[in-house]
Design a binder for this molecule. Structure first.
Ligand code: F6P
Length: 358
């Protein structure tokens, strides 16, 4: 009997179910004696032995379903060695469940934090295979994570809708796009939606340059402007501060989001009628787009192959449209940022998009 544990951890995203389905289909295509232990709500299920014993039929009909049929939760990596309420070591609890169930391998679907824990479990001797999920696309070792393209589609459609109302009212709209510390979703949704200004954490902005760009657009006859602002967007001045200084400054200023801060600062520099719009978690919700369904299926099927070949300790990833296997120690603890010198940024600038630079 092949006994496989599976869990989804961290923020959810589109195509998690598609990926799990890919793994299960890949396993059952080669073996009939497979048992899946679906841990509930991420690593928590593994810690406290909360699972469903599942088979092929449980993964049917979920290719196009958003969310995750296993549930998920955030279990910060930095607290993994901090004892739980009952004084138990969380890593030891997870190892205990794995060994008690006599698992052959644990399949983990997750983003950055999840991969740090997956790597820790590998170091602790568990057989682990992982899959790269997150709308943020910030996972090192893969060119693309599933969830990203779906989130870009949602954010693009949202900005499209903002466009029409911005135009009717001659307003400047700041749309805040998710992405945590990186600007991938903002960059692609910004270009796809024809945003005039795109602000990314990787390119700290100059407030005067943004105000000037808005005024110039008005002068040239454009009655409105759209700013796609990453949730992690930061000004040139703030980018120079230490983490501690920045926290203190933000607490004193009382802004809760990057877009609110930007709006307040822009209001002092232009007489434009400003509005802020925030699509929020809608970007992670709903059904996966076709691209993500295909990517998740390919990655899931590859994970199944890795299990059957006992090729553990790796993440199935994509590079140059090929599915590859990357050792977890190369992935864990690193972020994949947008390169400000990359072709896509250069070309966006050639197409007239302003990145808030002087
Ligand atoms: O990592 C995905 C993500 O949606 C980020 O873009 C965002 O910063 C964060 O999760 C939001 O987290 P939560 O769902 O815990 O509010």
């Amino acid at each position: 009997m092949l006994r496989i544990g599976m869990l989804t951890s961290g923020g959810d995203c589109q195509a998690l179910n598609a990926a799990m389905r890919g793994v299960v289909k890949g396993l059952y295509a080669k073996r009939k004696d497979v048992e899946i232990y679906g841990f509930l709500d991420g690593y928590k299920g593994l810690m406290y032995s909360k699972f469903n014993v599942m088979g092929a039929k449980d993964f049917r009909g979920i290719l196009n379903k958003g969310g995750t049929i296993l549930g998920t939760s955030r279990q910060p990596f930095k607290l993994m060695r901090t004892p739980d309420d009952k004084g138990n070591d969380k890593v030891e609890l997870m190892k205990h469940t794995y060994h008690k169930l006599n698992l052959d391998c644990l399949v983990v679907l997750g983003g950055n934090g999840t991969h740090k824990t997956a790597n820790l479990l590998r170091e602790e001797g568990l057989n682990v295979v992982t899959l790269p999920k997150t709308i943020d696309n910030d996972l090192y070792g893969t060119e693309m994570t599933f969830g990203f393209q779906s989130a870009v589609d949602v954010a693009t459609e949202y900005i499209d809708r903002i466009h029409t109302t911005a135009s009717s009212h001659s307003r400047v709209f700041i749309v805040e796009v998710m992405g945590h510390k990186v600007g991938w979703v903002t960059l692609y949704a910004g270009i796809a939606s024809g945003s005039d200004i795109i602000l990314l954490p990787e390119i700290p902005y100059d407030i005067d340059a943004i105000a000037k760009a808005i005024k110039q657009r008005k002068k040239s006859g454009a009655k409105f402007s759209i700013i796609a602002c990453a949730e992690g967007a930061i000004s040139k001045e703030d980018a120079k501060l230490s983490k501690k200084e920045l926290r203190a400054k933000r607490a004193a200023e009382n802004y809760t989001t990057a877009s609110e801060e930007l709006a307040a600062r822009l209001a002092k520099k232009t007489d434009a009628e400003l509005r802020v719009a925030n699509p929020g978690h809608v970007q992670r919700g709903g059904n996966p787009c076709a691209y993500d369904r295909v990517l998740a299926t390919r990655l899931g099927a590859t994970a199944a192959q890795m299990i059957l070949e006992e090729d553990y300790g790796k993440m199935a990833a994509v590079r140059n449209n090929e599915i590859i296997r990357v050792p977890l120690e190369e992935v864990a603890g690193k972020l994949k940022y947008v390169d400000p010198e990359s072709d896509v940024i250069v070309e966006a600038k050639l197409a007239g998009i302003n990145f808030g630079e002087k």
